[in-house]
Design a protein around this ligand. Structure first.
Ligand SMILES: O=C(O)CCC(=O)C(=O)O
Ligand SMILES: [Fe+2]
Length: 328
């Protein structure tokens, strides 16, 4: 069956835009060192309206449109000055100025789509997640693993406050590991299958990336439909490894049809240093094939940010209005 791969729109920064970003980010990075500091994040977000017009317009078009993914290429990064690919959490290590400046750039761009936030139980509450292989996670199927394939999924499908957008920035990928991206073409589903997939009877369970060293209990599962929103152009939440459904006539076949419809769309993107992939977490799925880690400092390294269009919605689970960390 021919694939219906989603078109990933690209924006390639000009030399002037790169220079502008480099200067703005350097001046902001001179005013704070802790990317998890709520005031620093707000200060950075306040400069998003000053980004070059073409870039801002591109991001705004993505936010307001119905594309599952877009790619901004050529962000300023001097890979050689980034240090070895980390095997510990962002929050728990010293970062060079170059790395903080880069994170400022990611927050600036992400702030054109919404508010950056983190999860207390993931990456120690950091708003920037370093996805690079860690020896202790080698066999596990999430971002800091490696030898285990990550099945395609929408991010944090179990959580009502999950991200509207996900940013995956490639710091280093000399080994050419791909990132899988796809989307649902609902036209491949019958009206009956869609009705079944809209029913709020699916149980969405958290994935093991929420298991922490301090043995906090896993967050609650959530009940809902795999499809939601407009029946003619539905949104999606799905993680095939962490979902259950009741024994209702036809429901398993409908899930299988959905799986096939998404699989027909999957593409493998070989992200390069400086590429920033932005995913609409209601339309796009993503994943990653297995790869062999070396732990010599040059492994694939991706920085991930979570973005919500409305931080206020999660206020019951945050400590204060300005706090960016969701306590599950
Ligand atoms: O490593 C990646 O590119 C994505 C990882 C991922 O999807 C996840 O940890 O949920
Ligand atoms: Fe993911």
């Amino acid at each position: 069956m021919p694939g219906t791969a989603p078109t990933v729109m690209e924006y390639r920064l000009s030399i002037e835009e790169i220079e502008f970003l480099r200067r703005l980010a350097a001046s902001l990075a001179g005013t704070g060192r802790d990317i998890d500091d709520a005031d620093f994040l707000t200060r950075i977000a306040g400069h998003a309206p000053a980004l070059p017009h073409g870039l801002r317009g591109f991001l705004r078009g993505f936010r307001d449109g119905d594309r599952p993914a877009c790619l901004v290429r050529g962000l300023p990064i001097d890979e050689a000055r980034m240090g070895p690919s980390p095997t510990v959490c962002n929050r728990l290590r010293d970062k060079a100025f170059d790395e903080i400046r880069l994170e400022v750039v990611l927050v600036l761009l992400g702030s054109c789509l919404g508010d950056i936030f983190g999860w207390r139980l993931q990456h120690e509450g950091s708003v920037v997640h370093d996805l690079a292989p860690r020896p202790e996670h080698e066999a596990l199927g999430f971002g800091t693993g490696s030898r285990q394939h990550i099945n395609w999924h929408t991010e944090d499908s179990f959580h009502p406050y999950r991200a509207d957008y996900l940013g995956l920035f490639c710091v280093r990928n000399t080994s050419g590991v791909t990132t899988t991206v796809g989307a649902l073409d609902a036209g491949r589903l019958s009206a009956h299958e869609r009705r079944l997939l809209f029913a709020p009877v699916f149980t969405f369970r958290p994935d093991p990336s929420y298991l922490t060293a301090d043995a906090s209990p896993l967050p609650d599962a959530d009940l809902g439909g795999i499809l939601f929103g407009d029946p003619g152009d539905p949104f999606l939440r799905f993680d095939q490894d962490y979902i259950e459904w009741p024994d209702v006539e036809g429901i398993g076949a409908a899930v299988e049809a959905l799986r096939r419809a998404v699989e027909a769309s999957l593409v493998d993107l070989p992200l390069r240093a400086g590429d920033f992939l932005l995913l609409d977490n209601r339309r796009a799925v993503h994943g990653r094939p297995a790869f062999v880690p070396t732990y010599r400092g040059a492994d694939r390294w991706v920085k991930r940010i979570n973005i919500t269009r409305d931080l206020r919605r999660s206020r019951p689970r945050r400590r204060s209005d300005g706090d960016r960390v969701i306590h599950i």
